[in-house]
Design a protein around this ligand. Structure first.
Ligand SMILES: CC(C)(COP(=O)(O)OP(=O)(O)OC[C@H]1O[C@@H](n2cnc3c(N)ncnc32)[C@H](O)[C@@H]1OP(=O)(O)O)[C@@H](O)C(=O)NCCC(=O)NCCS
Length: 186
């Protein structure tokens, strides 16, 4: 097996660039292992963006121009329990805390065979976007995700390795997704 190139914040820019989805983007070459994530990109991502429901970012490989990953970002808010607020030192008389959510994230199958760390690189880019929002536009304390354990049983491990933890308040009755959060400022 060919040794995979590890991508991180230091070398990511050398191999890839990030751009927003547009009506000119040719999407049909993207292929990840979960059909639902391919169809979302082909059929729904642009409409969702035009309707201001989800904004999609593409990671393109400099050598080929290929779409190696995408993520769709949306505004969010999460309810934290008293003990969760204590963990984050958020001593406020309300439960709901502003957040930014990774609504979709997928890495292409060919890219996963060639590179290691692309999913993590996308999360780091989402964190960078969130920090920019906090500096310039609006506050969001957490990066959130609904980990899709229906389609990818072990995906919580991926998010936990990236510093996400499950939310106590939101997961009581869930079995297809697990709501997870990462403090952008810790
Ligand atoms: C989940 C996904 C985005 C991860 O991308 P990736 O580029 O493979 O992730 P990384 O290389 O950054 O992995 C970081 C770590 O998480 C681990 N990891 C990645 N995916 C994992 C999974 N599904 N289950 C368990 N561990 C996983 C990696 O082994 C790696 O561990 P290490 O640092 O100990 O070597 C990618 O597999 C994907 O697109 N899957 C299909 C769509 C999907 O499930 N999206 C998420 C829905 S919420």
């Amino acid at each position: 097996m060919i040794k995979r190139q590890t991508i991180n914040l230091v070398n990511g820019d050398t191999y890839f660039w990030i751009e927003q989805l547009s009506s000119d983007t040719q999407l049909n070459s993207f292929s990840c292992l979960i059909d639902e994530y391919n169809y979302y990109l082909f059929d729904d991502a642009l409409r969702s963006q035009n309707d201001h429901i989800a904004l999609t970012w593409l990671l393109r490989e400099r050598a080929t121009g290929a779409i190696t990953a995408y993520m769709s970002l949306i505004a969010d808010a999460i309810k934290l329990s008293v003990s969760e607020k204590e963990i984050h030192n958020l001593n406020y008389p309300f439960k709901t805390i502003p957040a930014m959510k990774i609504a979709k994230l997928a890495v292409s199958n060919p890219a996963q065979q060639k590179y290691k760390g692309i999913g993590t690189y996308m999360i780091n880019n989402a964190l960078a976007f969130a920090r920019t929002c906090n500096r310039q536009l609006f506050a969001c304390r957490f990066l959130t995700v609904d980990a899709d354990i229906e389609h990818n049983k072990s995906v919580m491990d991926f998010y936990q390795k990236n510093g996400f933890v499950p939310n106590a308040e939101m997961n009581a009755k869930r079995n297809k997704t697990i709501s997870m959060r990462k403090d952008i400022f810790s």
